[in-house]
Structures are given as structure tokens and as C-alpha cells.
Design a protein around this ligand. Structure first.
Ligand SMILES: Nc1ncnc2c1ncn2[C@@H]1O[C@H](COP(=O)(O)OP(=O)(O)OP(=O)(O)O)[C@@H](O)[C@H]1O
Ligand SMILES: [Mg+2]
Length: 329
């Protein structure tokens, strides 16, 4: 089976990321594609938009649409538990480190939400990519999402540095072992040789495995045949500026931005006089956006008198985004 297309909807708070991502998922599912909608936003709005209750397990919304919302708190706890178990095993000879205290502290450390979100993104893609045609991600507002998307490239640098350091340690150990003989440790009643080669070293194995996983997710997110980002904005100055900054960051990390959706565009048959100025500003922003993003497709989704919530209304809302992505499938 083919690898699913990964669609990520990003944008400033409140512009309509959830509405546009959920709408696109519904339209694609209605066309017969097998779709997984996954919300990475801790604010839990995908269920509100679909007007159904979702949790961190897949729920079937229509015969071809499944949806889930990640629970960041559970994820952070699970991530810390896995990491602490792995560290407890790998470093079981280092009894001087109090792991409990260490993990109590790092659960509040900056960056932990981003790391846990990346773990979720990675797990969903690795586990589900061959079960769906499309995986649509609704994301948290720009800042957090960009930090998550930056992590694979940054983590690659870290693992390369750490691997280099570990190699030096192993080389030193090996030199000492040549002079003084191999060193043995008794850990939990079992005698073990202190690793001197890369293949015997649990830390090096762990680094290699992490490197492989992070490289795999980085390759997926930077592959324009697999991943597409849609930036949602409103026809206002601040969302446009934020979209431009986001686009620069995505470019730096080589993550393909393909689509811009200007949402909540006002359309009147006859513009009321008090909206004249607003309409001029709206047109000016849309013109600037299409000039600033010549390589992206720009779509407009009109402001709806009633919030596009629930399957029935979502089916009437912005089918163009799904049509754009259908051409990539
Ligand atoms: N085209 C539209 N017309 C009318 N209302 C809309 C439209 N698009 C979105 N909305 C409404 O605007 C509000 C914000 O939309 P939504 O939750 O999709 O934004 P978001 O970018 O996901 O927000 P957050 O950053 O909080 O996750 C919601 O109440 C939604 O129903
Ligand atoms: Mg949202």
C-alpha cells in the first residue's frame, strides 16, 4: 500500500485551522479516500468542529473518516515514563543519579510539550501511514507548531554531537582497557563488562536508534511528495505577517508549504457603506498575500453566517482545499 499524504494545517490562533482541516478531511473522506484526522492541538477543538466527542484513540466519524485528538498531558507522562525506563536500564550502573528527582523536574522544563507533540506526530505517521490515503493534522497555533516542526532538524544536530562525544568516551575507555585490562561492573547482582566498542554500548545503540527515527520523520516531513503544509490566515495584517514568518521558518527546515487559505473572507452582494473600508483592506491583504506567495496556491474561504460546525455544514464549506489536495493523491 502507498504511504499516506500528510497534510498539516498551521496558522495564527483563531484563524480557522481546525475548521479548514476538519472540512478538508470530511470532503476527502466523502470522495472515498481513507482519511485520518489527528488533532495535535491541546485546545481540543476538532471534536467541537465535528460536533462529536473525540479522544486519543481513533473514533470512526464516517465510514472513511477516523479522528483522534492527542492528549498532551498523558503524552508527556508517557514520554517521560518511557524515557525514564530506558535510562534506568541503560544507566543502571550509575546509582549516583536520582532519576525520580530528575524526571520530576524535567516534566516542567521548556520544550517538553514540543518533544511530546513530535513523539505523537511521529507515532501517528509511523503507525498509520500505510492504513490511510491521507492523514490530516490540525495543529496548535503557529509558535508551538513551528517549534515542533523544527525539532527533527535540531535533534539531528544534537544526536550527531552526542554520537561524537560518545565515540570519544568509548575510544578513551578502549585505550584504558588496553593498558589496565577490561573493567567489569556488578550491576543488580550481574557482572557486566564496561562497553568499549560502539556495538556493545547501550548508549550508542540508543543514540543510533533515535537518530534513525528522527531522520525518518525528517525525511517524511521534508518530502514534497509526501507532506504538504496549508497555512490558514485571515485577510488582516497580523495573520499575514505571521504567515510570512512561518513560511520563512518552514523554508529553513525544508518543509513544503503548498497552500494558503484566506479564511473568513467577507462577501456582500452589495457592500454596506460601513464595510467599504474593511472590504478595501481585505482586497489589499489578499493581493499582498498572492504577491508574497507566488509559488503557493491561494484559496479563499468565505465568512459564514453560521459557524461551519457539524458534518452537514462542513460539507457545504470550502471544498476547494480538498480538491487541491486530491490532485496530489
Ligand atoms: N469561514 C468561517 N465563517 C464563520 N466562522 C468561522 C469560519 N471559519 C472558522 N469560523 C469560526 O471561527 C472560530 C475559530 O475557528 P477555528 O477554531 O477553526 O480556528 P483555529 O485557528 O483552529 O483556532 P485555535 O487557534 O484556537 O485552534 C470558530 O468558532 C469557528 O467556528
Ligand atoms: Mg484549532
Amino acid at each position: 500500500m502507498k504511504h499516506a499524504q500528510i497534510l498539516l494545517f498551521i496558522g495564527k490562533g483563531g484563524v480557522g485551522k481546525t475548521t479548514c482541516s476538519v472540512t478538508t478531511a470530511v470532503h476527502l473522506a466523502d470522495k472515498g479516500f481513507k482519511v485520518l484526522l489527528a488533532s495535535l492541538d491541546p485546545a481540543h477543538n476538532a471534536g467541537d468542529a465535528l460536533d462529536c466527542s473525540l479522544n486519543d484513540q481513533k473514533t470512526s466519524v464516517t465510514p472513511t473518516l477516523d479522528a483522534l485528538e492527542i492528549d498532551l498531558e498523558t503524552l508527556i507522562q508517557r514520554y517521560l515514563k518511557q524515557t525514564s525506563e530506558m535510562m534506568r536500564h541503560t544507566y543502571r550502573y550509575l546509582t549516583v543519579i536520582n532519576l525520580e528527582k530528575f524526571f520530576e523536574m524535567i516534566q516542567y522544563s521548556p520544550g517538553i510539550e514540543e518533544q511530546a507533540t513530535l513523539e505523537a506526530l511521529k507515532n501517528i505517521i509511523f503507525q498509520e501511514a500505510f492504513h490511510y490515503d491521507v492523514i490530516v493534522f490540525d495543529t496548535a497555533p503557529t509558535g508551538l507548531t513551528l517549534r515542533v516542526l523544527a525539532l527533527p532538524s535540531l535533534s539531528m544536530l544534537w544526536t550527531q554531537k552526542l554520537t561524537g562525544l560518545r565515540k570519544k568516551i568509548l575510544d578513551l575507555r578502549s585505550s584504558i582497557a588496553h593498558i589496565h585490562g577490561e573493567k567489569y561492573l556488578t550491576v543488580e547482582g550481574i557482572q557486566e563488562k564496561l562497553a568499549t566498542s560502539e556495538d556493545d554500548d547501550a548508549t550508542m545503540r540508543e543514540l543510533r536508534q533515535y537518530h534513525t527515527e528522527i531522520e525518518r520523520i525528517r525525511k517524511t516531513l521534508t518530502n514534497p511528495n509526501l507532506t504538504s503544509v496549508a497555512a490558514v490566515l485571515n485577510a488582516e495584517e497580523m495573520p499575514l505577517l505571521e504567515t510570512e514568518r512561518a513560511a520563512e521558518a518552514l523554508k529553513k527546515f525544508q518543509i513544503p508549504l503548498k497552500l494558503l487559505i484566506v479564511n473568513k473572507v467577507l462577501r456582500f452582494e452589495q457592500t454596506p457603506p460601513e464595510f467599504m473600508r474593511k472590504m478595501q483592506q481585505q482586497e489589499a491583504i489578499i493581493a499582498r498575500a498572492s504577491q508574497a506567495f507566488p509559488q503557493q496556491t491561494l484559496l479563499q474561504a468565505t465568512w459564514q453566517q453560521e459557524e461551519p460546525r457539524g458534518l452537514e455544514k462542513l460539507r457545504q464549506f470550502c471544498p476547494e482545499a480538498a480538491e487541491f489536495f486530491m490532485n496530489l493523491l
